[in-house]
Ligand binder design. Structure first.
Ligand code: UDP
Length: 417
């Protein structure tokens, strides 16, 4: 049996406060004919990273709308996650040595997972997230969970624009067994991909989660104090997994340029170690070394009990939120920062381009120098920074709250039925 992720209940109706009554009514209307439908989401980690973040809200909201949704996580070994991390990088364009041994490690573990799926009858919709569990359907075609009407959907959260052809040749046939696929942006779909039903549905944030709800100012200040952040001085925050594509070293270099004009500025680099991401620990070591003993750079992770409330406080306290990614699927942290009415400086990459309207709610940057200049501009003009942050909050309200994503999925289920 795979690990079933325990979830808190969420009440769809309560989202009206942020998304408006009409959005809730639309969801109820779409959900009515789907009442009781069994939905299974499968991914590789229950904690850390954007997919886990999304599912923690998406699945309870489907249940609140009247469907029977659940979330299960595949099992993996260090070796398996070592391979899938390389796959992740290769699908985003990295040049790796793909070997038959890697195929064996990957497929053995998927087969193992397929054999341990519990057989509590068929599902109406099975959603497979990202490459890690992508080959499951291949082994589950004859299983009791796959009835004659079961629809399989592959949700790709990453950018395949510059996909490594060798690795894609291996994965593509598994992925193409699905009935539909969902992508963050149309540009991410490789031209060689053959599937009739391709849906574009960017991810979203939960405005009422502990990470995104409005914290009382005193709580924000207390959390910052606890981690040694001085709220009387400017704060720049980047929250990300410790991953080279998130460019934490570049953020530190930009910060050092900012400090030439704002010597009192502080940088918070908060990151989690996801269980499916073995690279994280190495990157952490690299950043620690680059930081030296600099106490204006707060390097924090879940290992120091930095959880959702702390992330919330670090983003809310920031004068500028940064997400200087070099490659990015969507970049939930951008919407998280904007929702807290902070201006966001983001790398011109992937889904960040969809969230930052350059010069309106933040800045898109292509280099360390541009990143530093944009942060400086915002620190020098706090009135403008506040206006930009507020416009960012409205931008997110209209496009990137959980209710929009639930609507997209129910529309897809409807056409697949
Ligand atoms: N996150 C977190 N703690 C951390 C680092 C990241 O809670 O220390 C969260 C972050 O707030 C966001 C998600 O993990 O909700 C990261 O999603 P994003 O789309 O930005 O990047 P991904 O990790 O999926 O590449």
């Amino acid at each position: 049996m795979l690990e079933r992720v325990p979830l808190l209940e969420k009440d769809l109706g309560s989202f009206a406060e942020h998304s408006g009554e009409a959005a809730i009514e639309r969801i109820r209307e779409l959900a009515r004919p789907l009442e009781g439908a069994r939905v299974l989401h499968v991914n590789a980690t229950a904690y850390g990273g954007g997919v886990a973040e999304l599912l923690a809200t998406h699945v309870p909201l489907l249940n609140s709308a009247g469907l029977h949704a659940e979330w299960q996580v595949i099992r993996g070994s260090d070796q398996f996650f070592g391979v899938t991390k390389q796959v992740h990088n290769a699908l985003q364009g990295a040049d790796i040595d793909w070997t038959l041994e890697m195929e064996r490690i990957y497929l053995d573990m998927i087969l193992d997972n397929a054999q341990s799926m519990d057989h509590e009858g068929e599902y109406d919709f099975i959603v497979i997230h990202d490459p890690q569990p992508a080959a499951l359907l291949h082994y589950l075609r004859e299983s009791p969970i796959n009835g004659p009407n079961t629809k399989w959907i592959w949700r790709c959260h990453i950018d395949l624009t510059e996909v490594n052809e060798r690795v894609w040749r291996f994965f593509r046939p598994f992925v193409e067994l699905h009935d539909a696929s969902v992508w963050t942006m149309p540009e991410y779909v490789p031209s060689t991909f053959d599937m009739e039903r391709i849906v574009i549905a960017p991810p979203c944030i939960d405005p009422m989660s502990v990470k995104n709800m409005e914290l009382p100012g005193a709580v924000t200040i207390e959390v910052c104090r606890k981690y040694g952040v001085d709220v009387a001085r400017p704060v720049i925050t980047q929250v990300s997994r410790f991953d080279p594509w998130k460019d934490p070293l570049g953020v530190m270099q930009a910060f050092n340029l900012v400090r030439e004009d704002f010597p009192a500025a502080q940088l918070i680099l908060a990151g989690s170690m996801a269980t499916d991401d073995p690279e994280g620990f190495q990157i952490w070591e690299d950043i620690l070394e680059a930081r030296g003993g600099d106490d204006a750079i707060h390097l924090l992770s879940n290992l120091q009990q930095v959880g959702n409330i702390e992330i919330n406080a670090f983003q809310a306290q920031a004068d500028v939120v940064v997400q200087k990614s070099l490659r990015e699927g969507f970049g939930l942290t951008v919407s998280e920062g904007l929702w807290k009415a902070r201006p966001v400086v983001g790398g011109r990459a992937g889904g960040i381009i969809r969230q930052i309207v350059d010069g309106e709610n933040g800045y898109l940057v292509d280099s360390i120098e541009e990143c530093a200049t944009s942060i400086l501009g915002l620190l020098k003009d706090p009135v403008r920074a506040t206006e930009m942050g507020e416009s960012g909050r409205e931008y997110v309200r209209e496009r990137f709250l959980s209710t929009r994503e639930v609507t997209d999925w129910l529309e897809l289920f409807t056409v697949l039925t």
